[in-house]
Design a binder for this molecule. Structure first.
Ligand code: SF4
Length: 371
């Protein structure tokens, strides 16, 4: 048997992998439970590939992504990646939160794939499907190898996370930023502690994430805050939005992006169960907004929200990204150097977050920005 570096990690229970859906996709090494992660099973797999190009022209279409994990113990009720677990014959609810697939060899595979490529990859997004700094990362430490491989090949990359564990890798990320463009963003949507713990039960607190923003800035890097999703009737009051932006600014955020909640099939059922339990008085209002197969907040609501929040974002000095002194537009370092086959600079594809709907992604295209 070949010994791998993760063999040495202490485990308390080891079971042969018996997940047929998972087994179809990967080489499963083993399934592990450990007391530090009560209720969570890690399914360690040997990935065959790690760099993923999102097919199609739509949301994320054409973007390159890396997802070291599938499933996410941050357990956000509104997470739109939930349904991806169904491809593994796991459910989009509790299984998504607790059955975590870990690509233990992801860094080696990324390094190998980058080394083999003739054409450089324009930019890679991490955190678009599941969170690369979820709690499992404390145990598996996959990101340092991924970051090192991307930096070594000069591949621009973005990281979006709710994990304060990002702090661990800040020296490495600051070093990577000396070799390539690096865009970092913290997703922080709820500034009411009780609501935050209820709807994002596995995440670090809002304060811990804001402190991480400050740590990123102290490391000399920009850090966006994703105010996503804004929850109708729960976090969309002027008072909440103003407080959110004030705290993001105080933490040192360089910009804020927002969007209203959207609820895809798979997520919608899970979210509505939570809403019925925690806020039954809102069930009918949500049903009328997200009726049938409708995933997006109604246009009227989004227009209302934009009119409310945009002036606040401006007032707090948190409009997206840095201004290009030549064009006056706002752009990111990571995409600033992208060129297509004809050598023209262009926006490849919106490289955006797990919560961001196509409408917001489209809006970002004009901004020449990863976030
Ligand atoms: S929204 Fe992001 S952090 Fe929350 S469960 Fe989904 S992937 Fe994890």
């Amino acid at each position: 048997m070949v010994r791998m570096r993760w063999d040495a990690q202490a485990v308390d229970a080891e079971e042969p992998a018996a997940l047929s859906g998972l087994a179809r996709l990967h080489d499963v090494v083993r399934s592990v439970r450990t007391p530090e992660f009560a209720g969570i099973t890690f399914h360690e797999v040997l990935a065959k590939t790690a760099l993923n190009r999102v097919p199609g022209q739509g949301f994320m279409g054409g973007a390159w992504t890396i997802n070291p994990y599938r499933g996410c113990s941050h357990a956000c009720v509104y997470c739109f990646a939930r349904r991806t677990h169904e491809y593994l014959e796991l459910d989009a609810g509790a299984d998504f939160d607790s059955e975590i697939i870990v690509k233990v060899n992801v860094a080696e595979v990324v390094a190998r794939e980058l080394a083999r490529r003739r054409e450089p990859i324009p930019a890679v997004a991490l955190g678009t499907n599941t969170d690369p700094y979820q709690r499992a990362e404390g145990r598996y430490r996959l990101m340092p190898g991924v970051v090192a491989a991307l930096a070594q090949h000069g591949t621009p990359f973005s990281i979006l996370t709710k994990g304060s564990l990002l702090r661990r890798d800040l020296p490495l990320l600051a070093e990577a930023a000396r070799h390539t463009a690096v865009d970092l963003a913290m997703s922080i949507a709820v500034y009411d502690d009780e609501l935050q713990q209820s709807i994002e039960p596995g995440t670090p607190s809002t304060s811990a994430r804001l402190a991480t923003v400050t740590a990123v800035r102290d490391a000399g890097l920009d850090c966006s805050v994703f105010l996503m999703p804004i929850l109708p009737y729960l976090t969309d009051t002027r008072a909440h939005l103003d407080e959110a932006l004030r705290r993001a600014k105080q933490a040192g955020a360089t910009s804020v992006l927002y969007t209203a909640l959207h609820l895809r099939p798979g997520t919608k059922e899970w979210f509505m169960m939570w809403l019925a339990r925690e806020h039954p008085e809102l069930v009918e209002r949500y049903r009328s907004m997200y009726y049938g197969t409708n995933s997006y907040a109604p246009a009227g609501y989004r227009t209302w929200l934009a009119a409310k929040i945009r002036p606040l974002i401006r007032a707090h000095g948190l409009e997206r990204g840095r201004e290009d002194p030549v064009t006056g537009g706002v752009r990111s370092r990571a995409l600033g150097g992208l060129r297509d086959a004809d050598g023209e600079r262009r926006m490849l594809a919106p490289v955006l977050a797990e919560e961001l709907p196509p409408s917001a992604a489209a809006a970002a295209i004009g901004g020449q920005t990863l976030f």
